[in-house]
Ligand binder design. Sequence first.
Ligand SMILES: [Zn+2]
Length: 328
Amino acid sequence: MSHKLKVGELRESYLTDEDIWRVFTIVLSSKSVKSSTYKYALIKSLIENLYQVNEQYELTYDQLAYSFTKIYWNLIIHHNLDKQNRGMSARVTTILKDAKSKYGIPSDFIFDKIDDAIQVKVVSEVKKTMKEHVFGALYGDTKGIFYAFNHKGEYFRLNPAVHQFMLNYQRLVVNLTNYHMAVMIEELNEVQSINYLLGKVESIARRSSLRPFEQLLLRHFEETCFYCGKILSDIKRETNVDHFIPWSFVQSDHIWNLVLSCKRCNSSKSDKLPERHFLENIIDRNEELNNKTTDQAVRNMMINYKEKKIIMLYDYSIKNGFDAIWTP
Ligand SMILES: [Zn+2]
């Protein structure tokens, strides 16, 4: 488990922007989110300290812990968003709530207003948690190529290429981090006042029903599950229409990306990619669909289809963080 590490060396020094985007995309995506919002808070802390690095691109744990504590204080105490972990309560929530009651700090105080001496004590508590759960975890998620860290010397050294990248794309990186952190906080803190705007924006373009596609596919193909081959019976409403490449990546419904599947495969696949050999099967299926030239509706829907498009989509979705592969 990488979060148990006490030291992490930089694994690679030369990185292109594309290499860094690749890792970033995966780190930020919900696919690699562990149980808490910690890594987002660490990325935000890093960005806040981009201009504080020394000649060796180093930051101290104290610098990062200060930003990290401030972020969480304002979220947890000031905004009352205290659920920051999927399982039990995040350690940082406990530390901050304890400090609030111990020192009698009012809830409406933002972190800057707290007495300096108390700030130092709270930051030092939070720093211990960061050593246990944060530095090593993000190091693992970034495959050891973003930064080195050392618990004993309490220093954190950024890969110069990553530092340069963050300066170049700071605004984008901030927006992406904020978005993903907000989605997770929204999911964890189910309260009326939030109103789930992010979820609404995310799915606003989704179709309400794929029924017309289902009927079209049923007109031309046997009623079997594309993945497991099970015969689908209409009586139990077993027939589902599945996006071969997940909707959350393609964000559209093309007939050449839709297959009939059983309920079980559809729900266990969820928004994962099917194993690569299914790509050949869907290419064959689409070839058949292409040959249904007498069906005007099908012809219209296949007009811009090319075999290479679905292969490209498959490969791009992996590059974009859809790297969990599913088998029935
Ligand atoms: Zn199935």
